[in-house]
Ligand binder design. Structure first.
Ligand code: ZN
Length: 491
């Protein structure tokens, strides 16, 4: 049986992919029944960072991140009703219309956060046949039973042959006391048995035929099925939030061992959670803040809008295994930090190398690349990478302020390290300053100014200047129309 790692300490020494040069990685994606909030941003950014770093190390990565669009049962509030079905009933939409709507919005938010799209993004609803086959395999091996049209994992039987609870460090007694009375409890042999297939209640609108009933797969089933379908019966990395260790990932391990006789995942990686003013995010606290609300500043807990790069920087400032507590003040501090990086990056593009070969700044950037690499190798220690980059801003500012010079070689190295670590690996868009609205305002103002100069030139019969502005703006794709009292323009 393969070993379980909960983190990847010192990548280069300890990380051994199953197939040389290739990495298969699976990350539990969003449930698309509502807008993505801060809790979605952390795993997306953490595993985007890993995806980017593995590629930087030269691996060919197949990154699978699923879309949960069926069977995710919310135990506490929805009394077992599928969230997407419920939303569809409330909004009078086709369930797949709800799925598409929120998937599109999720993609929009992820693009704003500069999260790269995965190699494959499978939908649970598109893999019902494969999930039924997986459930059948578990039944054939004797680790599941059918009860009233539903199929449940026989956890007690499984635990005799495999170590159930290995990932979360729980034993069956712990699990019994944790499990509350839930829907379907009377159908199960034991409270800790979990559903592999659920018979749909008459009001349930998303259901499919199966050998056992018209119904839908249990939530844990989709990840076991789609992970092995696209990455093979054994693959390298499975990621997700810490809250998924139990029951979701523990159940996935059990399903895979039961069906295949062995574990599928070589390394498990979990990002820690984000709390809001010390509290878990949750429906009962009513403290979910969607990413769109952050970008627009539309939430009572927010002092102002925060751009997507501020959110990304805020998350990367902490190590992925530590908790992060959100507050408006913490985001404002992150915004200041990001601005300092943006300013340093802009200066780095402008400064010039000194003429003397032995320029004085060189020493302070010695070992910068190595410090950044070692920090990333040490279980993706992004706070150390950010600190190393901040250290180098002193050199940038010294040259910028004319208090020192830098050699051509050192300047090139400094630019390359920033490009590699800040832009490519941390995925920070440092060239962007100001929000989209501010940029648009400045852009429109600049065009109006230019056309105002042209108008002035025309009035002065300076045809050369007037034609030059008109022709060059036209060549750039602008349409300029002279009007009675001035001009109009469009692109
Ligand atoms: Zn999953």
């Amino acid at each position: 049986m393969l070993e379980i790692y909960n983190s990847l300490t010192r990548f280069k020494e300890t990380f051994k992919p199953l197939h040389e040069g290739h990495v298969g990685m699976y990350v539990c994606g969003p449930t698309v029944y509502g807008d993505a909030h801060l809790g979605h941003a952390r795993p997306a950014i953490t595993f985007d960072l890993l995806y980017r770093y593995l590629q930087y190390l030269g691996y060919k990565v197949r990154y699978v991140r699923n879309i949960t669009d069926v069977g995710h049962l919310e135990h506490d509030a929805d009394e077992g009703e599928d969230k997407i079905a419920k939303k569809a009933r409330l909004e009078q939409l086709e369930p797949m219309e709800v799925v598409q709507y929120y998937t599109n919005r999720y993609h929009r938010d992820m693009a704003a956060l500069n999260v790269l799209p995965p190699s494959i993004e499978p939908h649970a609803s598109g893999h019902i046949i494969e999930q039924i086959a997986f459930v059948q395999k578990i039944l054939d091996k004797g680790y599941a039973y059918v009860s009233n049209g539903s199929v449940y994992m026989d956890v007690e039987k499984y635990a005799k042959d495999f170590p159930y609870g290995k990932l979360s460090g729980r034993n069956l007694n712990d699990i019994v006391t944790e499990t509350r009375e839930l829907d379907g409890q009377e159908e199960k042999k034991h409270s800790y048995d979990f559903a592999l297939w659920k018979k749909a209640a008459p009001e349930h609108i998303m259901h499919w035929p199966s050998p056992w009933s018209e119904g839908f797969p249990g939530w844990h089933m989709e990840c076991s099925t789609m992970g092995t379908k696209y990455l093979g019966e054994r693959f390298d990395i499975h990621g997700g939030g810490l809250d998924l260790i139990f029951p979701h990932h523990e159940a996935e391990i059990a399903q895979s061992c039961a069906a295949l006789g062995h574990e599928t995942v070589h390394y498990w990686m979990h990002n820690n959670m984000i709390t809001i003013a010390g509290k878990k995010m949750g429906k009962s606290y009513n403290n979910f803040i969607t990413l769109e609300q952050f970008f627009k500043g539309e939430h009572p807990l927010l002092s102002k809008p925060f751009g997507p790069m501020v959110i990304r920087f805020f998350i990367l400032q902490a190590h992925y295994r530590s908790t992060v507590d959100f507050s408006s003040e913490a985001l404002e501090a992150a915004e200041k930090g990001l601005q300092r990086m943006q300013e340093a990056y802009a200066r780095l593009q402008k400064i010039q190398a000194g003429k003397e070969t032995s320029a004085i700044i060189g020493g302070s950037i010695d070992g910068l690349r190595q410090r950044c690499t070692e920090a990333m190798d040490d279980d993706l220690n992004t706070p150390f990478v950010i600190a190393a980059l901040f250290d180098s801003t002193r050199a940038i500012n010294t040259v910028h302020d004319g208090k020192g010079t830098i050699s051509e070689a050192d300047l090139n190295e400094l630019r390359e390290v920033w490009k590699t670590f800040a832009i490519d690996i941390l995925g920070l868009r440092l060239e962007e300053q100001g929000s989209g609205d501010e940029k648009m305002k400045a852009f429109n103002g600049a065009i109006d100014l230019l056309l105002g100069i042209r108008l002035q030139a025309k009035q002065n019969k300076d045809w050369a200047t007037s034609d030059k502005i008109r022709n060059e703006l036209t060549a750039l794709g602008f349409q300029i129309k002279d009007t009675k009292d001035g001009f109009e323009w469009s692109i």
